[in-house]
Design a protein around this ligand. Structure first.
Ligand SMILES: NC(=O)c1ccc[n+]([C@@H]2O[C@H](COP(=O)([O-])OP(=O)(O)OC[C@H]3O[C@@H](n4cnc5c(N)ncnc54)[C@H](OP(=O)(O)O)[C@@H]3O)[C@@H](O)[C@H]2O)c1
Length: 336
C-alpha cells in the first residue's frame, strides 16, 4: 500500500521554514503481531515538537527526530487493520504518530482511545478535547487554580493552549490577560476569546511595561507557553506568592544560541513565587475524565473551539511554520 509522509529534510534553524520538510511517497509494510494499521484523518500541529527537531534533543518523551524520516506529531486516526486484541477495526484514536496518511502502531506507542461515536467534530479531539485542552485544564486546576478575581496572565494566548486556557480561567472567575503578537490577534483575544485585556509582545515600550499597564494590581498566576523575554517580563509583574505554570518555551525551541532570558530568577525567591512545570503526557490516566468536563463546557457554551485549518498532507509542514509565525488564531490542524 502506498503511503505519503512528510519527512524532516533539514534541521530547522530558528523558526521552521517550509523547505525544512519534504513530501515522500513510500510503500507501507504489512503489520506484524501486536501491531495496528491506522488511517490518519487529521494531524495536530503542536509547537512543542519543534524541540525534538533539534539534533541531540532526545529525552524521555521522544528521541531527537532523525533527518530523512517522517516527522513525529499527534494525529486523530481510525484503526483499519489490527493484530492487537486491545484494538478493533473502527476504533478511533488520538496518538503520537508521524505526519503520514497511514501509520503502524506498536505496543508502547502513546495512544489514547476515543469514544467510537464522537460527539464533536473530530478535529476537536486534537485541540480543545486533546492534549491542548488537557494542558490548559491541568495548568488551571491541578497546578495553579486561580481564586475568583485574581489576575491570570497567559502567553501565546491566542494559540492552541492559550485560547482554551483563557476561557477556562474565565470559567473559574479570574481576570484574564493575554499576550500575543499583533493588534489583530489582541483584538481576537478580547472579542472572541473573552480576555479582559491583551498585551502586544512587540509593543515599543517593552513587554514588562506593557503588562504593567494592564495589570496594575500585578499578576497572580502566569501560564507560560513561550519562556524567554516574555517570562522575564511576567516575573517582574508577579505578585508575592504568585504561581507560574511552565507549559512550554517556544522561544527556547527556536533559539539559535543559549537563552539569555529570563535573567531575573532571584525574584522567584524575593517574591516567594512558585514555578512548576507541566507535561500533560504524564497525566494520560486522567484524559477520559477531563475530556468529559471539557465536553460539558462545550455543550453549555462556556467553551468555544477556534481552529486554524489547512488541508492535505502536503500542507502539514506549511501549517507548522505558520504556527511559529503567529498566523494561527487558535489550534492548528491539517485535515487529510
Ligand atoms: N507541557 C505540555 O504537556 C504541553 C502540551 C501542549 C503544548 N505545550 C506547549 O504549549 C505551548 C504552545 O503550544 P501550542 O501547540 O498551543 O502552540 P500555539 O500557541 O498554537 O502556537 C505557538 C505560538 O507561540 C507564539 N510565538 C511564536 N514565536 C514566538 C516568540 N519568539 N516569542 C513569543 N511567542 C512566540 C505565537 O503566538 P503569538 O503570535 O500570539 O505571540 C504562536 O502562535 C508550546 O510551548 C508547547 O510546547 C505543552
Amino acid at each position: 500500500m502506498k503511503n505519503r509522509s512528510i519527512i524532516l529534510a533539514k534541521r530547522p534553524i530558528g523558526n521552521p521554514k517550509s523547505d525544512d520538510f519534504a513530501l515522500h511517497e513510500g510503500e507501507l509494510p504489512d503489520i506484524q503481531d501486536n501491531e495496528i494499521l491506522v488511517k490518519n484523518f487529521a494531524i495536530s500541529l503542536d509547537a512543542g515538537f519543534r524541540n525534538w527537531m533539534n539534533e541531540d534533543a532526545g529525552d524521555e518523551i521522544l528521541p531527537a527526530m532523525p533527518l530523512g524520516e517522517p516527522v513525529m506529531g499527534l494525529s486523530l486516526c481510525e484503526v483499519i487493520e489490527t493484530k492487537n486484541s486491545e484494538y478493533a477495526v473502527g476504533d478511533k484514536l488520538m496518538a503520537r504518530f508521524a505526519w503520514q496518511e497511514y501509520s503502524i502502531g506498536k505496543p508502547g506507542d502513546f495512544i489514547a482511545k476515543l469514544p467510537r461515536d464522537l460527539s464533536f467534530p473530530y478535529s476537536y479531539y486534537l485541540g480543545v478535547l486533546g492534549d491542548t485542552g488537557m494542558s490548559a485544564y491541568f495548568a488551571l486546576t491541578e497546578i495553579a487554580p486561580p481564586k475568583e478575581g485574581q489576575t491570570v496572565l497567559i502567553s501565546a494566548a491566542g494559540g492552541a493552549v492559550g485560547s482554551i486556557a483563557g476561557q477556562i480561567a474565565k470559567i473559574y472567575g479570574a481576570r484574564t490577560v493575554g499576550i500575543s503578537s499583533s493588534p489583530e490577534k489582541c483584538n481576537f483575544l478580547i472579542n472572541d476569546l473573552g480576555y479582559d485585556a491583551a498585551v502586544n509582545r512587540k509593543a515599543p515600550e517593552g513587554q514588562a511595561e506593557a503588562i504593567k499597564a494592564v495589570c496594575p494590581d500585578g499578576v497572580d498566576v502566569f501560564l507560560d507557553n513561550v519562556g524567554g523575554e516574555t517570562l522575564q517580563a511576567a516575573i517582574t509583574n508577579m505578585n508575592h506568592r504568585g504561581r507560574i505554570v511552565m507549559i512550554g518555551a517556544v522561544t527556547h525551541y527556536t533559539s539559535e544560541g543559549p537563552p539569555t532570558a529570563p535573567n531575573n530568577l532571584f525574584e522567584l525567591s524575593s517574591k516567594e513565587i512558585t514555578a512548576q512545570g507541566l507535561m500533560t503526557h504524564f497525566r494520560h490516566d486522567k484524559y477520559d475524565t477531563v475530556r468529559q468536563q471539557l465536553e460539558t463546557w462545550l455543550s453549555e457554551g462556556k467553551l468555544k473551539s477556534f481552529e486554524h485549518k489547512l488541508n492535505g498532507i502536503e500542507n502539514v509542514g506549511v501549517a507548522f511554520c505558520q504556527m511559529f509565525d503567529g498566523k494561527n488564531f487558535g489550534k492548528t490542524v491539517v485535515d487529510l
